[in-house]
Design a protein around this ligand. Structure first.
Ligand code: NDP
Length: 469
């Protein structure tokens, strides 16, 4: 029988009368049942978080640190079960850069966040007086997570919120709710009731969250379009926001790049998680003098990457996560082909029941094609030719997104100088999307508001109080 999962409210597993099918994108079949939570369930979860807040906020810092570390232990102890749930609902591979890797990252991020401190800062402390800046928790934080890294992104939202003394209600994506629900259920062992709650369902819960009068902050990862809706409805009660939204990251490859070491990193910078990563390479700008050689080398590399069922150890890439995204990638590639793009490999779905789309490299593409101008969020990479570096930088910046970017060159100083001209929140040299728990990560322009990770990320889950004495 297909297993039905509960909501987690006030420390308890709560069954619902109705359920939603959760589809395994590798075979199109229902593999689990998601509880169909309603806005009344959301109200109960928010009320539980509200009740739990004063006690959790007043818990000694060392105890909260210990609790967050205990959550990392729970992730480690249950990594096998959670990784398998991710692969079944998300479609990514279990091994390689897949769900086991996601679980390892989630535990490491949790431990790093547990160790962070936001001590009192003394602005003045002398015979004339003392002015001290305190960081206080905000209250009830709602987390709305996407379907590309269901556990990792949940951890990015939950852990700094809890570490800083907030209580949390998380709502996972309706496409991938199961690993999150199970994780939150397991985590109840280490937390007082109501500190961490999880709701899921079909009752427009997202909208109900962003307009809920008793939620103090929303942390949302997803599309720019939905991020704007969150921001609009959050304005009623002036909720605090962290929005990590879409990206259309450009990588600029200079003629002096060391191709031997760059090809593999460029490939995975674009195709990790099948390109379903906010900060993946989505536009690859390559200098004319090395354009053909780099296309050939990427093609050689791509030929050895196997797309298949995520449960199989032979697969290096799994499925596109959902039908909507699958159709979008298909449409963008078809439109590019119709406008003259040259397909180096892939270019059409793999026949069968699963949402398998092969690695697709598109040459002779340019701005004006939707696959360049818009975020494709899938396994199709447009490779764009440039001759003048300033022109390439201008074209890279001529986009409403500003999440990540990268510059590839043997001359690191020159690469850093170019990177500093990119309009993006994170830029990498000879690498891409290498996020880390101690380095703030966030978007400029329409890629978001605020940052995650590190002390600055933790501070986003606090309000400032200055006491003048
Ligand atoms: P969205 O970004 O549109 O987010 C959908 C989620 O937002 C659901 O949980 C939904 O909840 C919630 N939601 C919808 N409306 C509101 C609202 N007004 N207030 C609060 N929450 C709301 O995801 P999609 O799956 O539709 O993906 C669309 C695109 O987003 C992709 O093509 C991709 O480009 C991008 N994306 C970016 C990601 C990233 O990491 N930055 C991750 C995933 C996707 P409910 O179901 O209750 O309505």
């Amino acid at each position: 029988m297909t297993q039905a999962y509960p909501l987690i409210i006030d420390g308890m597993s709560v069954s619902t009368d109705n359920h939603l099918d959760v589809i395994n994108p590798a075979d199109g079949r229902t593999f689990a049942l998601c509880p169909a939570g309603t806005s009344a369930d959301l109200d109960r979860a928010v009320a539980a978080a509200r009740r739990a807040f004063p006690g959790w906020a007043a818990t000694p810092d060392a105890d909260r640190k210990a609790a967050v570390n205990a959550l990392a232990d729970i992730l480690d102890a249950n990594a096998g079960e959670l990784a398998e749930l991710i692969t079944r609902e998300q479609g990514k591979t279990l091994s390689g850069l897949g769900s086991q890797w996601e679980l390892g990252g989630a535990a490491a991020w949790t431990r790093y966040t547990a160790a962070l401190d936001l001590p009192v800062e003394y602005i003045q402390d002398d015979a004339q007086g003392r002015v001290a800046l305190y960081r206080k928790p905000i209250g009830v934080v709602a987390s709305i997570t996407p379907w590309n890294f269901p556990v990792m992104i949940a951890i990015w939202h939950i852990m700094p919120a809890l570490r800083a003394g907030n209580t949390v209600v998380i709502k996972p994506s309706p496409y991938t709710p199961i690993a999150t629900l199970r994780m939150v259920e397991l985590m109840q062992q280490a937390l007082p009731p109501g500190v961490l709650n999880a709701v899921a369902g079909s009752d427009d819960l997202g909208r109900a969250i962003s307009s809920h009068p008793d939620i103090d902050k929303i942390v949302f990862t997803g599309s720019t379009r939905t991020g704007k809706h969150v921001m609009a409805s959050a304005s009623d009660s002036l909720k605090r926001l962290t929005l990590e939204l879409g990206g259309n990251d450009a990588a600029i490859v200079l003629p002096d790049v060391d191709l031997d070491s760059a090809v593999e990193k460029l490939f995975w910078g674009a195709f990790i998680n099948n390109g379903q990563v906010c900060a993946a390479i989505k536009r690859l700008y390559v200098h004319d003098s090395i354009y053909d050689e780099l296309c050939d080398r990427l093609l050689d590399y791509a030929r050895n990457v196997k797309t298949g069922d995520g449960m199989s150890p032979d697969s290096q890439l799994g499925t596109v996560q959902n039908k909507m995204q699958f159709e979008r990638v298909k449409m963008l590639v078809e439109a590019a082909k119709a406008s003259g793009a040259r397909v180096l490999c892939g270019g059409a779905p793999i026949e069968g029941d699963g949402l398998f789309y092969p690695v697709t490299l598109l040459a002779d593409v340019k701005e004006g094609m939707a696959i360049v101008d818009e975020e494709q969020f899938g396994p199709a990479l447009p490779i764009i030719r440039y001759t003048d570096l300033d022109d390439a930088v201008a074209r890279a910046n001529d986009n409403p997104n500003g999440l990540g970017g990268s510059v590839w060159s043997s001359d690191t100083d020159k690469a850093v100088a170019i990177a500093s001209r990119l309009e993006c929140g994170s830029a990498w040299i000879n690498n891409h999307a290498m996020v880390r728990p101690d380095a703030p990560f966030g978007g400029v322009k329409q890629s978001g508001i605020g940052v995650e990770f590190g002390k600055l990320g933790l501070a986003e889950f606090t309000t400032v109080q200055v006491i003048h004495q």
